[in-house]
Design a binder for this molecule. Structure first.
Ligand SMILES: NC(=O)c1ccc[n+]([C@@H]2O[C@H](COP(=O)([O-])OP(=O)(O)OC[C@H]3O[C@@H](n4cnc5c(N)ncnc54)[C@H](O)[C@@H]3O)[C@@H](O)[C@H]2O)c1
Length: 358
């Protein structure tokens, strides 16, 4: 097995971060990741000032602001802005950032395709160096898989499968209670983005996303086929309302190639919110027979992947990286795949009864 390269390159001199939004994802992932990486947080603001003050006190952030404007008037010239708000609010904040600012937006890139296009237009117009926090791409197991694939160890990719069977306590995310779009927009969008990271843009999407009659929320179960032609299969299957204990919960990404395969268990999503350990295995054929090797990795999706998504912005802003990994110019295609999935779910499929009496 080649040496795995699965840790993001850190900026030579981390820039000061100004955070907009002091909600649960900032508390649980952004701030722990920045502490691990030694990224300085300059300031934080939230409409709910108490939330901003509380996180500032807990994480030793010296400035908490009641408004975006007061944060902006204090922001250092080399600041990176970190937006962790409900996605329908990104456009308004982006319009108010200084021209040319580096900025990381939480995913999804807007609640609708219209908002995604508006975000892209504002970023272009204001020349923002803008990336979306599709941090699954930077999780240790996805970066390790990329390293294995780039080394040629499993040959050419023929199959990517992502499957999640779990019981997600949606009450942990109160802002999703009345959201018209749920599983695809807030969850599988990571999976779509991850498949695109390896295979590029699919030619077509077929999908079905559906509610569970016993869950008073928008669809929590989905099945997607990303069409890459006849040689490569890419499927995403999710069921976030599997209420039957942990025994048959699953959460994995599997890559199959012409010479081997990779299996990554995403432990975070199982037995949620406690999670279980990740697993990372690579299959090769040293003596003509398949041998699976377990490779221990340091870190996990939460919070470690959040280091990579911020590091990319800092390094690109410094000119140390040629390009962002998840620029808005690219991630708009993940949003377009999402929109195609909704359209397919509403209008796609073929009625078998027409073949009975043609
Ligand atoms: N894996 C991931 O990448 C991941 C996971 C969870 C959430 N998210 C995304 O992160 C974002 C925030 O999610 P969350 O779970 O932290 O939500 P949350 O409701 O816990 O926090 C959002 C915060 O934004 C604040 N806010 C709202 N409008 C504001 C404004 N105009 N100015 C300043 N603050 C404002 C709210 O007061 C709240 O504190 C969402 O876009 C969500 O989709 C991403």
């Amino acid at each position: 097995m080649p040496r795995l390269n699965y840790k993001p390159i850190l900026p030579a001199k981390p820039r000061p971060i100004c955070i907009v939004g002091a909600g649960s994802i900032v508390r649980d992932a952004h701030l722990p990741a920045y502490k691990l990486a030694g990224f300085p947080v300059h300031s934080i603001t939230d409409l709910n000032f108490e939330a901003a003050e509380k996180l500032a006190a807990q994480w030793g952030i010296s400035r908490a602001f009641e408004s975006l404007d007061s944060m902006l008037s204090d922001a250092p010239a080399n600041a990176v802005f970190d937006l962790a708000l409900p996605p329908n609010l990104f456009a308004d904040v982006l319009r108010r950032l200084p021209q040319g600012s580096p900025v990381l937006l939480q995913k999804p890139m807007g609640e609708t395709m219209e908002q995604a296009r508006e975000i892209l237009a504002i970023c272009r117009e204001r020349r923002l160096l803008a990336a979306v926090n599709f941090q699954l791409r930077f999780s240790p197991f996805v970066m390790a898989a990329e390293s294995v694939i780039n080394s040629g160890t499993i040959g050419d990719l023929r199959d990517i499968e992502i499957r999640v069977t779990s019981h997600t306590p949606w009450d942990h995310f109160p802002f999703l209670k009345n959201a018209p779009r749920l599983e695809l927009l807030y969850h599988s969008v990571h999976h779509i983005d991850c498949v695109r990271h390896f295979l590029g843009n699919p030619a077509r999407i077929q999908a079905k996303t559906l509610r569970h009659p016993e869950l008073d929320m928008a669809p929590s179960r989905s099945a997607l086929i990303l069409d890459y032609g006849d040689a490569v299969r890419a499927n995403i299957q999710t069921n976030h309302f599997h209420r039957f204990g942990t025994r048959h919960q699953e959460s994995f990404i599997k890559w199959e190639g012409t010479k081997g395969a990779i299996f990554a268990k995403m432990g975070l999503l199982m037995n949620y919110p406690l999670g279980v350990p990740d697993e990372f295995e690579v299959c090769t054929f040293p003596d003509g027979k398949p041998i699976w090797e377990t490779i221990p990795l340091e870190g996990s999706w939460f919070p470690h992947a959040f280091i990579g998504s911020m590091a990319q912005v800092m390094r690109a802003a410094d000119g140390d990286a040629k390009a962002l990994v998840t620029p808005v110019e690219d991630t708009i295609h993940s949003m377009a795949c999402l929109e195609a999935a909704y359209e397919s779910s509403d209008n796609g499929g073929c009625d078998p009864s027409k073949f009975i009496n043609p």
